[in-house]
Ligand binder design. Structure first.
Ligand code: SAM
Ligand code: SF4
Ligand code: FES
Length: 347
C-alpha cells in the first residue's frame, strides 16, 4: 500500500485498479499518511491561507429532474424563488464589504435567466467590482451561451461531472439528461478560457469504489482548476430519500487524494461536509482542502434552496457565517484572506 502512496506522491497518477485498491484497502495508517502528504503539499503552495467564495443562490427553479436533488422539477413541495438582478447585486455589495473577492452565482437551470438577463448581471458586477472574480454555476448551456457569458466577464464555471462513469450517471439522472453532454459542456467551458470546476458527490446511490476510481482518473486527466466534492445527503422529497448519506471519513480521504493528484487545485470544504458533521469543514481543511464557500443569499430565501435535508446556515446572516468561518479556521490554525483566490500555477 505504501508503494502505491509513494507512486501517487511522486507521479500524481495511478492506474484505475490502483486507485480502486487505494480506496478499498484504506486503513488508519494510509488515511493518516495521505492526509499528512496532502497538507504538506497544500501548505507549500497556499500556505495557511484559506480562500473564501461568496455563494449566492440565485434561483430554486429548475427545469431538470436529477433524482438526488431537492430542487428537481418533480418536487412539488419545493418553494420556488428567484432573485432579481438588483437583489443579486445587493448580495454582492454586502459580500464585498465583508471581504469577499469572488462571487459564485449558483442556481437551478431556470429559463428566466436568459443570456441577456444573466449577462447583464455579470457585466454589472464586473463593472462595479473590477477586482473580483465571478464564478457561474448554473448548469448545462450551449457553447454560444457560455461564450456570451464569458464575453460579459464571467471568470470561472462550476459544473460537477457528478460521476465519471456513464452507467452510474444514468442511474442518477432521468434519460433526457446525458453524461456525454455534461462532459462536452466541461470541455467547451475550458476551451472558452473559463477556470473550470468539476466534482462529484461521495456516497451517491449505487456508487462503488470502481466509480470513485473513475472520478479520480477523470480529475487526474482533466486537471480542473476547482474540484467540488461533498457527501450525498438525502432529501425527503426525492426518489433517493431512503438512501444513506455519504460518509465523512471517505470524503476527507478523497480530498487528500485529490490534493496529491493535482497539487494546486482549488478544493472546497463544502457546506454538505459541514452538514453531515459539525466540524466537517474543519476536517476537510485538515485533509487538504483550501477553500470555503459561505452563503451570501438573503436569509429569507435560504431555506428554499434545499438541495438536501438539514442544510446548515439557512438562518444566519451573511456576516454571521463570515465571522463563524473566520473563527472556525482560526481555531485550527488557518487564516481566511481577502483575495480573488485564483489557482496558483505550479512549475
Ligand atoms: N444546477 C446546477 C448544476 O446542477 O450544476 C448548479 C446547482 S446544483 C444544486 C449544485 C450541486 O449540488 C450539484 O452539482 C450536486 O452535486 C449538488 N447536490 C444536489 N443534490 C444534492 C444532494 N442531495 N446531496 C449533496 N449534494 C447535492
Ligand atoms: Fe437542477 Fe442542479 Fe438540482 Fe439537477 S442538481 S435538479 S440541475 S439544481
Ligand atoms: Fe454559517 Fe457557521 S458558517 S453559521
Amino acid at each position: 500500500m505504501n508503494r502505491l502512496i509513494e507512486k501517487l506522491y511522486l507521479t500524481h497518477s495511478l492506474e484505475l485498479d490502483e486507485y480502486e485498491n487505494l480506496i478499498a484497502h484504506r486503513n488508519e495508517s494510509t488515511i493518516k499518511l495521505l492526509r499528512e502528504l496532502a497538507v504538506k503539499i497544500r501548505r507549500e503552495i497556499y500556505g495557511n491561507y484559506i480562500y473564501i467564495r461568496g455563494l449566492i443562490e440565485i434561483s430554486s427553479y429548475c427545469k431538470n429532474d436529477c433524482l438526488y436533488c431537492g430542487l428537481r422539477r418533480s418536487n412539488f413541495n419545493c418553494q420556488r424563488y428567484r432573485l432579481q438582478p438588483d437583489e443579486i447585486l445587493s448580495c454582492v455589495n454586502d459580500g464585498y464589504n465583508l471581504g469577499f473577492r469572488t462571487f459564485v452565482l449558483q442556481g437551478g437551470e431556470d429559463n428566466f435567466f436568459t443570456d441577456e438577463i444573466f449577462g447583464g448581471v455579470v457585466r454589472e458586477i464586473k463593472k462595479l467590482y473590477p477586482d473580483c472574480a465571478v464564478t457561474l454555476s448554473i448548469g448545462e448551456r450551449s457553447f454560444e451561451s457560455y461564450k456570451y457569458l464569458r464575453e460579459c466577464g464571467a471568470d470561472r464555471y462550476l459544473l460537477r461531472h457528478e460521476t465519471a462513469d456513464k452507467s452510474h450517471y444514468e442511474k442518477l439522472h432521468p434519460s433526457e439528461m446525458s453524461f456525454d453532454n455534461r462532459i462536452e459542456c466541461l470541455k467547451n467551458l475550458r476551451s472558452l478560457g473559463y477556470a473550470v470546476g468539476c466534482g462529484f458527490m461521495v456516497g451517491s446511490p449505487f456508487q462503488n469504489y470502481n466509480n470513485l476510481a473513475h472520478d479520480l482518473k477523470f480529475i487526474e486527466e482533466f486537471k480542473p482548476d476547482m474540484c467540488g466534492i461533498g457527501p450525498f445527503i438525502p432529501h425527503h422529497d426525492t426518489p433517493f430519500k431512503n438512501y444513506p448519506a455519504g460518509n465523512l471519513e471517505l470524503t476527507c480521504f478523497l480530498l487528500s487524494v485529490i490534493r496529491i493528484i493535482h497539487p494546486s487545485v482549488l478544493l472546497p470544504a463544502t457546506t454538505a461536509l459541514g452538514t453531515i458533521a459539525n466540524n466537517g469543514r474543519e476536517l476537510g481543511i485538515l485533509s487538504g482542502a483550501n477553500v470555503v464557500m459561505p452563503n451570501l443569499s438573503p436569509v429569507n430565501v435560504r431555506k428554499k434552496y434545499e438541495l438536501y435535508d438539514n442544510k446548515i446556515c439557512t438562518g444566519e446572516e451573511s456576516a454571521q457565517c463570515r465571522n463563524c468561518l473566520n473563527n472556525r479556521m482560526k481555531m485550527i490554525g488557518y487564516e481566511i484572506i481577502t483575495d480573488r483566490g485564483d489557482m496558483k500555477k505550479v512549475i
